[in-house]
Design a protein around this ligand. Structure first.
Ligand SMILES: Nc1ncnc2c1ncn2[C@@H]1O[C@H](COP(=O)(O)OP(=O)(O)OP(=O)(O)O)[C@@H](O)[C@H]1O
Ligand SMILES: [Mg+2]
Length: 249
């Protein structure tokens, strides 16, 4: 393994790794931005499972759905293996349970609340020897932070934990279908190391899923828009041709 590939986290989604010239630079926190149903949760979970396949432990922090429900949605995929979850290679945490355990009951968090939450995640990362982190979604956690200043502080602290521990994080950013930017509060996209934008595109009566790398610190990458198919064998990426035909990579 050369130095460059050691410093990269292969997502395991081969089309995406090719667009990134060999994966996400380790230590990066990457926004997965898109409106509902664009595949944010699926891409994030495939990233964790592909990690488990190569002995990289993962932590999935679920804020919008109960973690176990999310897992059930994965059962039809060929790459799903219950043993990764049973053995603790992938740990699933529900945000409401964390809030309860930490007695974070306020609707608007102050700086101490943010620190308690970050410390809790930090300890999980260290104890579980975590290499891949997913927060699904960052948007719903930001809801309790309210101000731009606190959102910025929260994300910067998360990024520091990620970077200090040499792990790679996907932070899900929920967008309205009419959104112009890549995040709900605007702050998220400015402080993230990378942004993967997922979207929908109408073509000849069909609704295609699309993926585009908007930014990724630490690597050259494609900036073109690609077709992203969710299939039983996992996520497949193919070039989007102007005429509307799709060619496999
Ligand atoms: N086994 C499967 N095979 C193919 N496509 C699937 C499969 N399971 C789910 N999908 C597709 O994935 C979509 C859901 O994707 P996903 O939950 O990852 O989106 P999301 O962006 O996280 O949505 P939300 O914003 O609602 O959380 C479904 O609408 C369906 O079209
Ligand atoms: Mg989702």
């Amino acid at each position: 393994m050369n130095v460059e590939s050691k410093n990269r986290c292969l997502t395991g989604i081969s089309g995406l790794d090719a667009l990134l010239n060999g994966g996400i630079p380790r230590g990066n926190s990457v926004l997965i931005s898109g409106s509902c149903g664009t595949g944010k949760t699926t891409i994030s979970l495939e990233f964790l499972i592909r990690g488990a396949e190569t002995n990289e432990n993962g932590l999935y922090i679920s804020a919008t759905e109960i973690g176990s429900n999310v897992m059930n949605n994965l059962v039809p995929f060929d790459f799903f293996k219950q043993e990764y979850f049973d053995s603790g290679k992938i740990e699933v945490l529900d945000v409401p349970k964390i809030y309860e355990e930490l007695k974070l009951t306020k609707m608007e968090f102050d700086k101490d609340d943010i620190d308690k939450f970050i410390d809790y995640i930090g300890k999980k990362i260290e104890k579980g020897e975590i290499k891949r982190l997913v927060i699904d979604s960052l948007t719903s956690i930001c809801y309790r932070l309210r101000t731009e200043e606190k959102i910025r502080e929260f994300i910067i602290k998360i990024e520091k934990k990620v970077n200090d521990n040499g792990i790679t994080a996907l932070l899900v950013s929920e967008l309205l279908p009419t959104a112009k930017g890549y995040s709900q509060y605007g702050v998220e996209e400015a402080v993230a190391d990378g942004i993967l934008l997922l979207g929908n595109l109408k073509r000849r009566g069909d609704l295609l899923r699309t993926l585009q790398i908007i930014k990724m610190r630490g690597t050259a990458h494609s900036r073109a828009e690609y077709v992203m198919d969710i299939t039983s064998i996992g996520i497949l990426i193919s070039p989007l041709l102007k005429g509307g035909t799709v060619m496999s990579l």
